[in-house]
Design a protein around this ligand. Sequence first.
Ligand code: NAD
Length: 381
Amino acid sequence: MRIGTPKEIFENEARVAMTPDSARQLQKLGYECVIEAGAGAKARFSDEDYKAAGVEVVKTAAALYKTADIVAKVRPPEEIELKRLRKGQTLISFFYPGQNTELLEAANKKGAHVIAMDMVPRISRAQKMDALSSMANIAGYRAVMEAGNNFGRFFTGQVTAAGKVPPAKVLVVGAGVAGLAAIGAATSLGAQVYAFDVRPEVAEQIESMGAEFVFLEFEEDAKDGAETGGYAAPSSPEFREAQLAKFRELAPEMDIVITTALIPGRDAPKLWTADMVALQKAGSVVVDLAAERGGNCDLTVPDEKIVSENGVTIVGYTDFPSRMAAQSSTLYSTNIRHMMTDLTPEKDGVVNHNMEDDVIRGATASFEGDITFPPPPPKVK
Ligand code: NAD
């Protein structure tokens, strides 16, 4: 069978779903690989690199869709891409079927099998295919780099002949995959890092990475991950008030605030309010990784960087992984390659779409004419 990767058409998307390296691995599984000319250019993979890896380069997306049995891409398909899908073709991409119901219906109508990389169950066996975590890890790291670019000072404390420099103070709100990556990057640059999460079980992870867990004096049975599948649940109004009061106390001290708080299926909770920004020092930076879901900061403008009246820079970019396109393409294409490995148990270049397999079932949103989203919960943890 042929697996093909088109150029991403979403504006500013620089990632690509197949790299020369991942193509070599896909060929070992028995597949022929094909890309659209220029598909890897923004991630610095040239057509020549692909050709050297045994990949066929075709001139147009139309030609690619015509002959590929499997189309692997990054973003959910746009209208023109939907039109090109055909019966029996397998599409593998981020899809967000919960938010994109019409898109899913349209892909289903075309008879395509849809594997949504955002729906890979978060069980141990599937970690190698967990593209959400791969991208969140990059976003967390990149958030610290963006903060550094907009912060006019060192992260690390220094004693120099010209005077003593204190370390930057960084607050990370939300310590999931992205938050922990941000903590790791900021501590390794020498900052003094504080972190908060509503899931008390992450305190240990935060501390093991050299950051300080921000404790909240609050009498409430915290909901642990067991009740919510490891994700956060919305907080009570009282808890939220206590959290905001704590943040107001911290705001004047913090040089950099990186917010990553999300609750599945909801808009991002507003946790860094306009009055907190007003309390921050001029030159401080807020990087809001939740911008795409409405933002954790009141003042965030998605896809933009703004400066508040009191001189605080607020970064609301929504394309952090794409800003490190070579790295994110490498990790994402590896996630896809692992998905293909599970789809090809005989290594014979033929897809075996086994709906009895928890991971394949979980990620499949459309199959053989049926919409198969939402999936049943995985049988194995
Ligand atoms: P996420 O992107 O859904 O949310 C980011 C963080 O925001 C979470 O840690 C959440 O607790 C936190 N948050 C929500 N509301 C908040 C608030 N009001 N204040 C502060 N923080 C708030 O999270 P994620 O990175 O997708 O991780 C979610 C869970 O999934 C974690 O338990 C993680 O360990 C788990 N996980 C498991 C696997 C696996 O087993 N393969 C892979 C990745 C993540």
